[in-house]
Design a protein around this ligand. Structure first.
Ligand code: CP
Length: 313
């Protein structure tokens, strides 16, 4: 249900399949290997990129998609996630893609049904296809011999790491492939305990800018603050002051100008423009944010083909 614990060989296999899918998508030559298959998306948290990207990937590989969004499902009437998944499975779908607020939700659903479950983000735990697409995007720029050996590469992840499933999946993939990863943020967002994930932890961004090959900017996740708090209170419970946060951790045009030659900027989206990332940088020459989105379709096509392809059980 995540990238933590995957071996280097398993990651390379997933990334190689994703890179092949990316190549075939560019040539408009992706084989519809999932023709006749049906995948369901069960999203109980908002999403623009992940849900659309899984849908596009499924359709490009020939599968049909049943979309069940939280707002219109019977979960609103008290039905559990497990009962919902069992009902969707009973309709004969070939896989269910799950996003939920609760860490571990995809794992719990997977234990209750027989069809493949794909984790599209579970609380603060993992967002494995995002970790893969970020790694693929970084590798496509720096992996000169296409072996996915990222040793010697320095990746800095900036922001609300403690709340970030994107960071957890990214750290797992990048460090297993040999990159050195440093998580940067105020101690409330980048606690020293993160080092258990195999990354370094720092509280100052400026000294790292000139050496990083890739800087991954994260959104401050105001929605993971106290659910009962009003929006302004929620903001305050996450960071004392947006202005202070920006002073130390925002990637402004001036800071981007101090990055090393050829270094790239990533952001999983959605971007809080003017908070963690300035528009000039998001839309500037170092940004590979749209390439991340394009890579996402390839990763998801590869994952769907690996899990749903082959003869039906
Ligand atoms: N990166 C990401 O998960 O974006 P969405 O929330 O829009 O799916």
């Amino acid at each position: 249900m995540g990238l933590q614990g995957l071996s280097r060989a398993e990651l390379v296999s997933l990334l190689s399949a994703s890179r092949d899918a990316a190549h075939q998508l560019r040539q408009n030559a992706l084989e519809p290997t999932l023709r006749g298959r049906i995948v369901a998306t069960m999203f109980f948290e908002d999403s623009t990129r992940t849900r659309s990207s899984f849908t596009v990937a499924a359709q490009r590989t020939g599968a049909s998609v049943v979309d069940l969004s939280g707002g219109s499902s019977s979960v609103n009437k008290g039905e559990t996630l497990i009962d919902t998944a069992r009902n969707i499975e009973a309709m004969g779908v070939d896989a269910i893609i799950v996003r939920a607020k609760q860490s571990g939700a995809a794992q719990i659903v997977a234990a209750a049904v027989a069809c493949p479950i794909i984790n599209a983000g579970d609380g603060r735990h993992e967002h494995p296809t995002q970790g893969l697409l970020d790694t693929l995007t970084i590798a496509s720029r720096f992996d000169r011999d296409s072996s996915f050996d990222l040793s010697g590469l320095s990746v800095v992840i900036v922001g609300d790491i403690a709340s970030s499933r994107v960071a957890r999946s990214g750290i797992a993939a990048l460090t297993t492939l040999g990159a050195s990863v440093t998580c940067v943020g105020p101690s409330s967002m980048a606690p020293s305990s993160l080092s258990a994930l195999g990354c370094a932890v720092a509280h100052e961004l400026d000294p790292l800018l000139s050496t990083a090959h890739a800087v991954v900017m994260l959104r401050i996740q105001f929605e993971r603050a106290d659910a009962d708090a009003k929006p302004e209170q929620a903001k305050k419970s996450v960071i004392a002051s947006v202005r202070e946060y920006r002073r130390f951790y925002a990637l402004s045009a001036e800071r981007a100008g101090r990055m090393r030659r050829g270094a790239i900027v990533l952001h999983p989206g959605p971007i809080n423009r003017g908070i963690e990332l300035d528009a000039e940088v998001a839309d500037g020459p170092r940004s590979v944010i749209m390439q991340q989105v394009t890579s996402g379709v390839a990763v998801r096509a590869a994952v769907l083909s690996l899990l749903v392809g082959g003869p039906r059980p």
